[in-house]
Design a binder for this molecule. Structure first.
Ligand code: SF4
Ligand code: FE
Length: 481
């Protein structure tokens, strides 16, 4: 693996020459920008094999293509054990960063395309699967970060792609030659886009006949000509520019979303994995969504572990750790969090082999997992705020603690239980602020609703997979009807 350490990853990112805009200005080196760096640090953790004993086993595995050791983030799952290990890895990294570490979207995209390209070749005589395998082998050996880009900007939601007044509302092919294709459009809410070396584009929905130009999948380097990144804002994000890390709450790690614009970007043929095969486009969407809905049963659970820990510290620092209602609320937080984990493990254990030989998750259970994720983190966050108290949003700044005129007041009046300083208390409360209403809430809360598809998308899949008539038959037999 060419990129082998967190420092190596950050260096490789700094050397990319890309068009990145932050707060209206072109950014010479996005990876060093204080609003982006914490998010890059979170991705860098996926390269850290040394700081914890289980890291190597969880983060590395053997490539089925080459037999070489590769990052699990570039791996094609070969068994249900692989699927379970993926979830364990995500929980592990959620615990470490307390945010979204962004690298799963590429893994989930490659795994979805792996089986779909195989089926597409069988149906249409195309040669996409071989190309994709070559690409995956390259990704594994380079150990680059691949951003999986699915969500189009979609324009008027009541209109199909081909009916939009602006044809670029859905990313599409605008030109083709023997050498490659040219694409135009944009992908929205792109997790980790600014921290990726490669962008793997997939269609946003099942395309129909007549929508061939929108049924397109390909990979391009992030520094390709015509690709522009516009960083998305997060609540309280400019606190990262204020030189008071305490006020950020999680100063080391963050997440990042961006609008990625493709303005006539050329893609060579060997990086095209679908071009016009509308009948298989929906499979990519469903399988990517299922993998990513599984993912949330790992990453958000890891963040949840940190939140349970934060609740424990807040209760100790404030002298309420023995109150029975506090203990009860913490039990409830754990119950909710472990329920999400159970769903992540269940859809992995019940996974199955595809025709291409790789393993996919059980789609019904993956959708149940994600639908729970649209709710439980909010309840966990509510309980956490309940335990922490209203001070979560009324605390003074780190800068106040640095001012000798008022610091003694803060130390005197914000101190609670004996043995803990006011500053310790404020630190954990600032973290709670970060993850429940600040910058970190983007990843823990809003992303839990809309990431990997909004709740309605999961309800549609659950309804489709529910087999209601089979269940009615069970009841009919028992009731003697
Ligand atoms: Fe990975 Fe979770 Fe972030 Fe998705 S939301 S990229 S699964 S950490
Ligand atoms: Fe996500």
């Amino acid at each position: 693996m060419k990129i082998a350490t967190p420092a190596g990853y950050l260096e490789s990112l700094e050397s990319l020459e890309r068009d990145v805009y932050v707060l209206g200005e072109r950014c010479e080196c996005a990876a060093r920008h204080p609003m982006v760096r914490p998010a890059a640090n979170a991705v860098a953790e996926t390269y850290d094999l040394e700081s914890e004993a289980e890291a190597e086993r969880l983060l590395l595995t053997e490539s089925h293509l080459t037999g070489r050791t590769v990052s699990r983030f570039t791996h094609i799952h070969q068994s249900t054990d692989d699927l379970v290990d993926k979830v364990l890895m995500q929980r592990f990294l959620g615990r470490r960063t307390a945010t979204c570490f962004q690298r799963c979207v590429g893994m989930d995209g490659l795994n979805a395309l792996y089986s779909v390209t195989h089926e597409c070749d069988a149906a249409h005589g195309t040669g996409y699967h071989r190309r994709l395998r070559d690409y995956i082998e390259w990704v594994q050996d380079e150990n680059v970060v691949v951003e999986g880009a699915m969500t189009d900007t979609k324009g008027d939601r009541s209109l199909r792609p081909g009916e939009q007044p602006d044809p670029d509302a859905f990313l599409h092919v605008v030109d083709q030659s023997a050498e490659g294709i040219t694409v135009r459009g944009a992908k929205a809410h792109q997790t980790g886009a600014i921290n990726s070396h490669e962008i793997l584009v997939m269609p946003t929905t099942a395309m129909r006949e007549g929508e061939e130009e929108y049924a397109v999948s390909f990979a391009v380097p992030a520094d390709s000509k015509g690709v522009t990144f516009i960083l998305g804002r997060q609540p309280s994000d400019t606190r990262k520019l204020e030189d008071s890390p305490l006020d950020v709450g999680n100063p080391m790690y963050g997440s990042q979303e961006a609008l990625v614009v493709f303005d006539d970007v050329f893609v060579p043929r060997e990086r095209v994995f679908m071009c016009g095969e509308v009948d298989v486009s929906g499979y990519v969407v469903e399988r990517f969504a299922a993998f990513h809905r599984q993912s949330y049963g790992g990453c958000k659970v890891g963040v949840g572990d940190v939140l349970v820990g934060a609740a424990r510290l807040a209760s100790l620092y404030q002298g309420v750790d023995r109150a029975s209602h506090v203990r009860d609320k913490m039990t409830e937080m754990v119950h909710l969090n472990e329920t999400l984990f159970a769903c992540g493990i269940a859809c992995s254990s019940m996974g199955r082999a595809t025709a291409a030989g790789n393993y996919e998750v059980d789609p019904l259970l993956a959708n149940v997992c994600k639908l729970n994720v649209t709710r439980f983190p909010f309840e966990i966050a509510r309980l956490l705020q309940d335990i922490a108290g209203g001070i979560v949003v009324t605390m003074p700044s780190e800068k106040d603690f640095r001012n000798p005129d008022i610091a003694p007041y803060l130390e005197k009046y914000l101190k609670c239980a004996d043995g803990y300083t006011a500053l310790d208390r404020v630190k954990i409360l600032k973290f709670i602020e970060n993850v429940t209403v600040g910058c970190g809430a983007s990843a823990y809360l809003t992303e839990s609703i809309h990431g990997a598809g909004s709740p309605q998308a999961q309800r549609i899949m659950i309804a489709r997979l529910a087999e209601l008539d089979k269940k009615a038959e069970l009841a009919r037999r028992i009731a003697g009807i």
